[in-house]
Design a protein around this ligand. Structure first.
Ligand code: ADP
Length: 174
């Protein structure tokens, strides 16, 4: 059975990788689908996000996982065209539930043959999101363990310039 795990992955976190690993044990093939969200300005472009997931998946030795990107159209149409039967979602907290519940019902109405399956977060990643990682990196905090080791440097570098700018502003103001 083919499962599709969609998200913005800006960037992939250890919580995402945990969901990918667990799905890859449940399904014969997992497609991690990096979606373009026109209302968000990502820190990493589509190509970088795909590449970071590919490196993480490769380092984790998962060979039934592939990474694709998706910019236009309905998720359920993509899933159907890829011969997928399942959409995988991660759930962290009750706050994720309402939106995910609505999307799952909507997607089932659009394509009744496609099921949405929810995997509960690992307790150690329940607080983790891409936005939290970016926030910590931007403020110069330690992100080791929060993102896969293979992308650690790239995330640090992306925000290193911003810290310098923030630092310069502080110096100027004082
Ligand atoms: P984020 O909310 O981190 O910006 P995405 O939109 O990329 O993430 O999330 C893609 C999917 O991964 C969603 O189903 C989301 O609920 C799930 N997810 C994100 N972070 C975690 C985590 N720490 N544990 C479990 N699932 C997660």
């Amino acid at each position: 059975m083919i499962a599709v795990y969609p998200g913005s992955f800006d960037p992939i976190t250890s919580g995402h990788l945990d969901i990918i690993e667990r799905s890859s044990a449940l399904y014969s093939e997992v497609i991690v689908l990096v979606a373009v969200n026109p209302s968000k300005k990502p820190a990493f472009n589509l190509e970088q996000r795909v590449d970071m997931i590919e490196r993480s998946v490769h380092a984790a030795g998962l060979n039934n996982v592939r990474v694709e990107s998706f910019s236009v159209g309905l998720l359920v149409d993509y899933v159907e065209q890829s011969r997928g039967q399942v959409i995988v979602k991660g759930l962290r907290a009750v706050s994720d539930f309402e939106y995910e519940f609505q999307m799952a019902l909507l997607n089932r109405r659009l394509k009744p043959g496609i099921e949405t399956v929810f995997l509960m977060t690992a307790s150690e990643y329940s607080y983790l999101s891409s936005s939290i990682v970016k926030e910590i990196a931007r403020l110069g905090g330690q992100i080791e363990g929060l993102v896969p080791d293979t992308i650690l440097e790239q995330v640090r570098e992306r925000f290193a310039g911003l810290q310098a700018t923030a630092g310069a502003q502080l110096v100027e103001r004082s």
